[in-house]
Write a protein that binds this ligand. Sequence first.
Ligand code: LLP
Length: 396
Amino acid sequence: MLKDNFLLELTKQYETPFYIYNGNVIEYKYKQLQNAFANCSNFQVNYAMKALSSIAILKLMHQLGSCVDTVSIHEVKLAFLAGFNADEIFFTPNGTPFHEIKEAANLGVNITLDNIIQIEQYAKLNVGNSIAIRINPNIKAGGNKKITVAKKKSKFGLSISKVDKLHKLIKECGLQIHGFHIHLGSDILSIDSFKNSANVLFSIAKQFKNLKFINFGGGFKVKYKSDDDFININEIGLQLTNAFNDFKVSYNNEHLKLIIEPGKFLVSNSGLFLTEVTTIKDRNIFINSGFNHLIRPMYYDAYHHIRNISNTKISTKKYHIVGYICEQDFFGKSRTLNKPHVGDIICIENAGAYSFTMASNYNSRLRPMELLHYNEETKIIRKKECFKDLVQNQIF
Ligand code: LLP
């Protein structure tokens, strides 16, 4: 945990708002995963970089030994820039234009497809690479509707009923399948959901020879507040490993790999977003930011813990912490906050995942700076945008 005094010193050095990530927390979380799956002899983490894709973070993940999950050709290219090799990059597009899939295939990265049309297009490419298939297991799991993605009617994953068609395609086009994949959603607490989805995958995987991996996706729920539930990662590691090891015996392939692809679990708790009080109106505390920088509270009603780190005097008064965007724009409603004054530093927690990566230029606002603190050193890893960034691609 970064100490408040240290954070306050940083705000004297750098203009707020800015994100700061603690690389040692990321490292700790990565090791937690390794420990949880310690009984699996062939285990791999694919970091879901959509959670936080700054190159310095990707380099840290690579250094820790992670592979990477990508969803666009630009994420693929960022991963290469960060030093990942093609075989460490996994591309899991969903409805992505086919030219991106073609480009990724030519770059030699691992590709996972989830619909028949694109599987057929891929087979015709004749690039010779085998692919993995994302399955829709028809399982409801996820913290809210927007992040529940594996129900039957969801746009993600190949429906189980299409597996016959897959067999046909393999025969007709000589397509090779080397893995199966599932991703259920985000903020998942239920271990049973993962176990049930594993069983769906096993029942399909056993019909295919020469598989290299089974990927159980991400979605592990983290803690957002002190009394919050969060997933028991050791328990899930144990249960998935046991089920996987049993399957491996019946599948008779000791090289089969178990992959997971978490985003939030690795980076959410590592990030803080530091902002400043600009003005106060009744119970509304305005800060120098808005949902253009951190949209999760507005978009998902997500809870992010918020603290006034400039005033240590405990108070029980409740406030709304609001932003400067010209719409309803809140970070937290009815929150207990130590009495705020203009200029106080407001720290928003759990700002590592889906915070910077979901930021925009709405209201012609600039995206903020990012800092990485790792092994006692704090470095800028992304400069704040400037006005030129807003206009450079416009034609007057
Ligand atoms: N794999 C796939 C294929 C995914 O689509 C995702 C997330 C992940 C892995 C990683 O899920 P995680 O472990 O981070 O939960 N913006 C939302 C979360 C959306 C996640 C989208 N896909 C939020 O801020 O809650």
